[in-house]
Design a binder for this molecule. Structure first.
Ligand SMILES: [Zn+2]
Ligand SMILES: [Zn+2]
Length: 309
């Protein structure tokens, strides 16, 4: 099945099979999406709406990209104004094209990268950076890991790269061998043995800000991008990913050995109800204020957990 990213890759490469036929569509007014369409005697049920696009701000026509059991199709709701009838529109549905499935995800040649992308859900620049950081560190720490196994990692960003680290190193938040500090920085510290780590920092030259890319990203976030702009954005993303995968290690990261104090989380299985919200809390995570034992949100009085009483 084509991923969302692969769909836009195919559209950008014009790997589509043009159809251009008028079709009958079941349209749900409340959901504002097509539920299915009939084409050459066969019914195609919509399983997923990939996106809807208005191709120009002054044309009310809408292009829907839908996934059916037989592939991904572009359905075009062609709308035009009836002369002399005010705001009333007339329209027809056109089955525009089908996205070809051959050559899917040519981006993924490396099996380890493919596994990370499968785990994460897609291949993106942040995942590529995390992947490169792990490859670099595992190569450089190979010998040390032989006599001192039990790699641990500190990642200074809560982005997609965390999933690459979890998949490629086996260090996860759950097993306590991964600490995520959300500083928004591509900084990765790989710790093996006591007190020392290899700290990798993404060099600023590796991913310089690209105004065109950022402008397109804003447009997509605001829901104003056309289908071709969305496909073009995917192509720019792919260019970034290829660059990140190709750059030599030294150009991508600066690396240095650092002293590391691994944050020692007290672990306990004792659960004690918070004196304010009543929800059970690990004893190690309780905060005592005015003799009341509170969970952290209650201690900070974030009203996320209203008191029961
Ligand atoms: Zn991602
Ligand atoms: Zn509480």
């Amino acid at each position: 099945m084509l991923t969302r990213e692969a769909i836009f890759r195919q559209i950008n490469a014009d790997n589509v099979e043009p159809i251009q036929e008028i079709v009958a569509v079941d349209y749900d007014n409340a959901l504002q999406m097509p539920l299915g369409f009939r084409h050459r005697g066969r019914y195609y049920k919509v399983m997923e709406l990939i996106g809807s696009f208005q191709e120009s701000p002054d044309d009310p026509s809408v292009l829907y990209l839908v996934r059916t059991q037989a592939g991904v199709y572009a359905l075009y709701l062609d709308l035009w104004k009836e002369p002399g009838k005010g705001h009333l529109h007339r329209g027809q549905w056109v089955l525009h094209f089908r996205v070809e499935e051959e050559g899917e995800d040519r981006m993924l040649v490396d099996m380890k990268l493919k596994r990370a992308a499968d785990f994460h859900g897609h291949l993106c620049p942040d995942l590529a950076i995390g992947y490169r950081a792990c490859q670099y560190a595992l190569r450089h720490l190979e010998l040390e890991l032989l006599w001192s196994p039990g790699l641990r990692v500190i990642v200074e960003s809560a982005c997609s790269a965390v999933d690459a680290v979890q998949r490629l190193t086996g260090c996860t938040v759950g097993n306590g061998r991964l600490v995520v500090r959300d500083y928004g920085k591509h900084v990765y510290t790989f710790v093996c043995g006591e007190g020392v780590g290899l700290r990798l920092t993404l060099r600023p030259e590796a991913l310089p800000p690209d105004p065109d890319f950022l402008a397109l990203e804003e447009k997509i976030k605001a829901g104003r991008a056309t289908m071709l702009e969305t496909a073009r954005y995917q192509a720019l993303l792919d260019e970034r990913i290829s660059t990140l995968l190709k750059l030599p290690d030294e150009v991508l990261f600066s690396a240095r050995r650092v002293a590391v104090e691994w944050p020692d989380e007290p672990t306990t299985s004792a659960l004690i109800p918070c004196d304010r919200c009543g929800e059970p809390v690990a004893a190690s995570h309780l905060v005592t204020i005015d003799k009341r034992r509170l969970c952290q949100p209650c201690a900070e009085q974030k009203k996320v957990t209203p008191p029961d009483r």
